[in-house]
Every structure is written in structure tokens, then in C-alpha cells.
Design a protein around this ligand. Structure first.
Ligand SMILES: [Cu+2]
Length: 149
């Protein structure tokens, strides 16, 4: 008697497993047919108006970064220890950036801005912010990118 019960439950399990597999497979198939909205994810690196500094090995990299005015610079702490991004002139101060965390600051004025890490005074670097409009820009200041231009 015990054996037949076992066989029945085995068959039942097999049927359930097959149903789950079939449902999962058909769901997958139908979702594949839909145009996936996530396929156009922007790369995120080197976009206009943004720039990145990596904090790694107790140093800022690059040590000197040149950007245009209104560029947002993002520092990423890839070290296993806390660092800070602190302007020598007090213009900006990240506070503690924990390991793996980020800090962003937008430079709205041209100039040369030295900064350091409060915790490790040997860590120093510079952001050079250029003039607002590059010389090769057309005279129209704000032209939205026209499709097919
Ligand atoms: Cu540091």
C-alpha cells in the first residue's frame, strides 16, 4: 500500500514540476517578444557635463582633472578606507566618504581648485575648470539637439 502511495505522489510531483516548467517557459517566451525597455540603458561614463575621479590606493586619480564650467565631478572611493574630498579654500567638503561611496560637486566657476583628504593630508589633487563656452561653439548658446541634424 505504501509503495502505491509513493508512486502516486511521485507522479503528482512530476506533473507539478512540469506545469511549473511549462508556465515559466511560456512566460519567458512571451516576455522575449516584448521590446525590452531596459535595452537602451545609457553607458553612464563620460557623458557631457560629468566627469569622474577615482579614489584608490590612497590617491586621487587623475591627480589633475580639467573640466568645463558647470561640470559635475563625481568622486568614487574605491579604497577600503574612508576618505574625504575637501577643497583647500573651503569651497566644497564631502565629509567622510565611506568605502565604496561617492561624492559629487558641480563646478560653476572657472578656476583652479586644489583639494585634499582631511584624513590623509598627503592625498592632494586639483580640478581645473575651464571657461564657460568652448571657442568652437556656435553663436547660439542653447540649441537642443535636433534629430537628423
Ligand atoms: Cu584619505
Amino acid at each position: 500500500m505504501k509503495k502505491s502511495t509513493e508512486t502516486r505522489s511521485k507522479i503528482l510531483t512530476a506533473v507539478i514540476l512540469f506545469s511549473i516548467f511549462f508556465i515559466t517557459y511560456s512566460c519567458k517566451k512571451s516576455s522575449d517578444m516584448n521590446p525590452s525597455p531596459g535595452s537602451n540603458t545609457p553607458g553612464g561614463t563620460g557623458g557631457p557635463g560629468t566627469s569622474a575621479v577615482t579614489i584608490q590606493g590612497m590617491a586621487f586619480s587623475p591627480a589633475t582633472l580639467t573640466v568645463a564650467v558647470n561640470t559635475t565631478v563625481t568622486w568614487t572611493n574605491k579604497d577600503a578606507i574612508t576618505h574625504t574630498v575637501t577643497s583647500d579654500s573651503g569651497m566644497f567638503d564631502s565629509g567622510n566618504i565611506a568605502a565604496g561611496s561617492k561624492f559629487s560637486y558641480t563646478f560653476t566657476t572657472a578656476g583652479t581648485f586644489s583639494y585634499h583628504c582631511k584624513i590623509h593630508p598627503t592625498m592632494v589633487a586639483t580640478i581645473v575648470v575651464g571657461s564657460t563656452t568652448p571657442s568652437n561653439m556656435p553663436s547660439t548658446p542653447t540649441s537642443p539637439s535636433t534629430p537628423g541634424y
